[in-house]
Design a protein around this ligand. Structure first.
Ligand code: ATP
Ligand code: MG
Length: 277
């Protein structure tokens, strides 16, 4: 059994009357890939932001290699080290990449902060190669790149700091299906090469099927089902998981069945944990 890299216990966060994250606990194995699925508003991003450290928790713990990330880190070096360990890649790389900064400069900046003493030029070449971008991309500005290429840059920047965990929040959701497949393959290769653990947040069960070992299903901030991905998708126990599965179009399906599942989902989303809808 691989060691646990990330352990989350009893995480809670409310926004006003909304219980965005409600007693969420799970573990991620070293080099493992855990999917978090759930409808819009189910608390996936809030969970991710707490884990990365962008949002505080009302209660609960986030342990990385056994040490608590929600506790205050003393000293700049410790805070830097902590920031490095978990990297977030999100849907729109435009928001994470500075439009005036070339690919090379963005990678250099990340490297300078965390690894001031290494040969940056060489490492940048390595990173571009690792994400399937040639060295020609080095001098490009984000707007000169395609969506898929930009997401590769965001992945390279996350890799640059050698994290233990990458949190990917709808990281392929904005890409065309064929580009999506390429980026998912790339992420699978990177995981195999580096042993970085993935927390893979998506509303797309097809994506979950491709790239995760285990999955948790969230609804109204709570985990309603969890287990090995193949098992959960083959024999979902919770009615909500079945509903999620039914809302994915499959060949030969009756469109009415799909429409009914989607209707049921939109009726149930964001209800039950909120009074201010
Ligand atoms: N900063 C905030 N202030 C107020 N409410 C928030 C805040 N962040 C999240 N929420 C609320 O918390 C709930 C969970 O939101 P969250 O973004 O975590 O869901 P999600 O599962 O990521 O949804 P999506 O699939 O649409 O990205 C929602 O009801 C949302 O409106
Ligand atoms: Mg989200």
């Amino acid at each position: 059994m691989p060691d646990t890299v990330l352990e989350v216990t009893g995480l809670r966060r409310t926004f006003g009357t909304v219980r965005a994250v409600d007693d969420v606990s799970f573990t991620l194995a070293e080099g493992g890939s855990l999917g978090i699925v759930g409808e819009s508003g189910s608390g996936k991003t809030s969970t991710a932001r707490i884990i990365v450290g962008l949002e505080r928790a009302d209660a609960g713990q986030v342990l990385l290699h056994g040490s608590d990330r929600t506790a205050r880190a003393r000293g700049k070096a410790r805070r830097l080290a902590r920031a490095r360990q978990i990297q977030l890649v999100f849907q729109d790389p435009y928001l994470s990449l500075d439009p005036r900064t070339t690919v090379e400069a963005a990678l250099r900046e990340a490297l300078r902060l965390h690894f001031p003493d290494i040969d940056h030029a060489r490492r940048i070449t390595e990173l571009l190669d690792q994400v399937g971008l040639g060295t020609r991309a080095a001098s490009a500005l984000p707007r000169r790149l395609s969506g898929g290429q930009r997401q590769r840059v965001a992945i390279a920047r996350a890799l640059a700091v050698e994290p233990a965990v990458m949190v990917l929040d709808e990281a392929v959701a904005a890409l065309d299906v064929s580009v999506q497949a390429q980026v998912l393959n790339l992420l699978a290769d990177i995981r195999a090469q580096t042993g970085i653990g993935y927390l893979f947040i998506t509303h797309d069960l097809g994506v979950v099927r491709c790239v995760t070992d285990d999955v948790i299903v969230m609804r109204h901030g709570r985990i309603v089902e969890s287990g090995p991905t193949a098992e959960v998708l083959a024999t979902p126990q919770h009615p909500y998981t079945r509903l999620l599965l039914d809302s994915v179009p499959r060949p030969g399906w009756d469109p009415r069945q799909l429409a009914a599942a989607r209707r049921a989902l939109s009726l149930t989303t964001n209800r039950g944990n909120s009074t201010d809808s």
